[in-house]
Ligand binder design. Structure first.
Ligand code: NAD
Ligand code: MLT
Length: 308
C-alpha cells in the first residue's frame, strides 16, 4: 500500500502512516503533476491546499481513500469520489478547541481594538481615547451552528458572562437546554445579538446566509466573527455594512477566495483578519494529522472507521 501526503501535515502523522504503509510526502505538486502521479497511490492525505478535483480522481485508478487533516472537506469533490467508490474521511475533532479559542480571541480583539491599538503604539503613538472598547460581559452572543466548535465557543462565552442565543436546525432543544442555551431563529439572533459568530459548514443552504437582508435587520453596531468558512457571509454586503457603520466590526479568519492577499475587507480599519489560522496550533496539527493517519490506515486495512 502506498500513500501520498500532498499538503504539509505534522511529522507525527506521517510517522503514524509509516508504521503501516509506504509514504511519499510531496507538498509542492502542481494540479497537473498531481493528476500525473496520483495513479500510483492507494491513499491521498491532504490539508486544504490540495484540490482533489474530479480530474484528479479520474486519474486515480488505485485510490481507495482520501484523508483530510481537518474538518471541512470542501477542497475534495466528494461526489466524484463517491461515484468511484473512494472513501473520504476527515479528522473532525482534532482542531475543535483551537478553532474555538481562535474565535474567542477574535471576539475579544474586536471588542478591545487590540490589533489596531498595537499597530498604533508600534508606530510611535499613544492614543488611549481612539481605542475605546466594549465589554463582553452581559452582551448577547448569537451562535450560528452549535456543533463541536460552536459548543466550545458557547462554554467560553458563558464563562465571560455573555448571554447566548443559538441557531442550529439539527440540535435538539434538550441538548441546548443542557448547555444553558436558548435555541432560536436566525432572525431573532440578527435582531438581538451584539456579537454574532458563525460555526456551520459551507453548504448550498448556508452559502451567503448573511447578506444584505440579514445585515439590514441586525442591531446597529453589531460585531461579527467568522472562523468557519468564507462563503457563509456575502463579503460585498459585509463590506458595505462595515463602511456605513451598521456593523461596528468584523473579525474574519476565512474568506470566499483563499488564499487571498488583496481582499477589499482588509482595507477597512474596523476589520480584523487572520489567514485561516483557526486550526494552526501545534496541538491541533498533531491531533488532526495523527487522527487522519489512523483513519487512512484503518480504511486501507478494511478496519471500521470513526465517521464525522
Ligand atoms: P460540526 O459539524 O461539529 O458543527 C457544525 C454545526 O453546524 C452542526 O451542529 C450542524 O448541525 C450545524 N449546521 C449545519 N447546517 C446549518 C445551518 N443551515 N444553520 C445552522 N447550523 C447548521 O463542525 P465544527 O467542527 O464545529 O466546524 C464548524 C465549521 O468550522 C466548519 O465549517 C469547519 O470547516 C470550520 N472550521 C474552521 C477552522 C479554521 O481554521 N478556521 C477550523 C476548524 C473548523
Ligand atoms: C478545517 O476545516 O479543519 C479548517 O479549515 C482547518 C484547516 O484545515 O486549516
Amino acid at each position: 500500500m502506498k500513500v501520498l501526503v500532498s499538503d504539509q501535515i505534522s511529522d507525527l502523522g506521517v510517522a503514524k502512516l509509516r508504521e503501516s504503509v509506504a509514504v511519499d510526502v510531496k507538498t509542492d505538486l502542481t494540479p497537473e503533476e498531481l493528476e500525473q502521479v496520483i495513479g500510483e497511490y492507494d491513499a491521498l492525505v491532504v490539508r486544504s491546499s490540495t484540490k482533489v478535483t474530479r480530474k484528479v480522481l479520474e486519474n486515480a485508478g488505485r485510490l481507495k481513500v482520501v484523508g483530510r487533516a481537518g474538518v471541512g472537506v470542501d477542497n475534495i469533490d466528494v461526489e466524484a469520489a463517491t461515484e468511484r467508490g473512494v472513501i473520504v474521511i476527515n479528522a473532525p475533532e482534532g482542531n475543535t478547541i483551537s478553532a474555538a479559542e481562535h474565535a474567542i480571541a477574535m471576539m475579544t480583539s474586536l471588542a478591545r481594538n487590540i490589533p489596531n491599538a498595537s499597530a498604533s503604539m508600534k508606530a510611535g503613538e499613544w492614543k488611549r481615547s481612539k481605542f475605546m472598547g466594549v465589554e463582553l460581559y452581559n452582551k448577547t452572543l448569537g451562535v450560528v451552528g452549535m456543533g463541536r466548535i460552536g459548543s466550545e465557543v458557547i462554554k467560553r462565552a458563558q464563562a465571560m458572562g455573555m448571554d447566548i442565543l443559538a441557531y442550529d436546525p439539527y440540535i435538539s432543544a434538550e441538548r441546548a437546554e443542557k448547555m444553558g442555551v436558548t435555541l432560536t431563529s436566525t432572525e431573532e439572533i440578527y435582531r438581538k445579538a451584539d456579537f454574532i459568530t458563525m460555526h456551520t459548514p459551507l453548504t448550498k443552504a448556508t452559502k451567503h446566509m448573511i447578506s444584505h437582508d440579514e445585515l439590514a435587520i441586525m442591531k446597529d453596531g453589531v460585531r461579527i466573527i467568522n472562523c468557519a468558512r468564507g462563503g457563509l457571509i456575502d463579503e460585498e454586503a459585509l463590506y458595505e455594512a462595515l463602511k456605513s457603520g451598521k456593523v461596528a466590526g468584523a473579525a474574519l479568519d476565512v474568506f470566499e477566495e483563499e488564499p487571498v492577499t488583496c481582499n477589499p475587507l482588509c482595507e477597512l480599519s474596523n476589520v480584523i483578519v487572520t489567514p485561516h489560522l483557526g486550526a494552526s496550533t501545534e496541538e491541533a496539527q498533531v491531533n488532526v494529522a495523527v487522527q487522519v493517519a489512523e483513519q487512512v490506515v484503518n480504511a486501507l486495512q478494511g478496519e471500521p472507521l470513526v465517521s464525522a
